[in-house]
Write a protein of this length. Structure first.
Length: 274
């Protein structure tokens, strides 16, 4: 009796083992078949709608380097990749930095200590920051590097837009009459104007994937002017044309919405699957 029970138990284990092995092999063959189908699938150029989130780190040059140190930017954008890898984009980047080099704008209202006094008779603490934004429109080309990834490759774009920047003052409110009620505008050096933009890098975009990415070098050149009628410290308007240059590394994540194949008319793909 005991031998029969042991034999029955062993047969059950063997049966479960073979059942598990069969299911595993069946699953492996199915997955391998899918992978093979993907590898053998003919790569296609696709029209792709893009929504991007990006970050950049810039080093200033020209007039910008006299006023600010290195800066950062976060941005959002949208774009459209045409079937043959031409691409159009638009974006808005918010610029910020923690170091201001041009910090002598209060010299005319400070004493020998170069410190301002607040309404309570105490030394005022004023922190200076860089703030600004870049709005741009670009057009460029993806250069395919291999036959498999037809929608990916080296990305070169150029465009134009607007650059704006100023010095932000942080201080305790209601005790700084020298800067309140809009008086800070006479010191913040707000400037803006036309901007030219160039980008060179790599963009990975797969029609079957929700997320893609890009990274490369960004060059920005702003032809800006002061938008304040008068600088209070110099008691003169600043009418100079500035040469504001930023160069740095930019990377972003792309959310993609895949459209039709290149050369395919609207509705053809949908009819094919009906």
């Amino acid at each position: 009796m005991e031998k029969a029970v042991i034999l029955f138990y062993i047969c059950g284990i063997v049966l479960k083992f073979y059942s598990f092995t069969f299911c595993f092999l069946l699953s492996y063959c199915f997955t391998s078949a899918q992978d093979t189908a993907k590898r053998n699938a003919k790569p296609e150029y696709r029209n792709i709608v893009q929504i991007t989130l990006n970050y950049a780190r810039h080093t200033p040059m020209g007039s910008m380097s006299e006023r600010f140190s290195t800066s950062n930017s976060y941005g959002i954008g949208t774009g459209y990749k045409f079937g043959r890898n031409w691409q159009a984009n638009a974006g808005l980047d918010l610029m910020f930095g923690g170091k201001v080099k041009e910090n002598n704008m209060f010299d005319s209202i400070t004493g020998a200590s170069r410190s301002m006094i607040d309404a309570n008779g105490n030394l005022a603490v004023i922190r200076l920051y860089e703030r600004g934004y870049m709005l741009h429109f670009d057009f460029g080309k993806i250069i395919q590097l291999d036959r498999i990834h037809k929608n990916s490759g080296l990305l070169f774009t150029g465009g134009f837009g607007m650059m704006s920047h100023k010095i932000k003052f942080q201080f305790t409110r209601n005790i700084m009459p020298q800067l309140e009620n809009g008086l800070y505008k006479g010191y913040d050096r707000m400037s803006n104007g036309l901007m030219l933009r160039g980008f060179a890098g790599y963009q990975r975009m797969e029609p079957t994937e929700l997320f893609s990415f890009y990274a490369g070098i960004e060059y920005l050149k702003g032809y800006t002017r002061s938008r304040r009628s008068l600088n209070y410290d110099t008691r003169l308007p600043d009418n100079r044309l500035r040469n504001d240059i930023l160069i740095g590394i930019k990377a972003g994540v792309i959310f993609t919405i895949t459209g039709r194949k290149a050369g395919e008319k609207k509705g053809e793909e949908e009819k094919f699957y009906q």
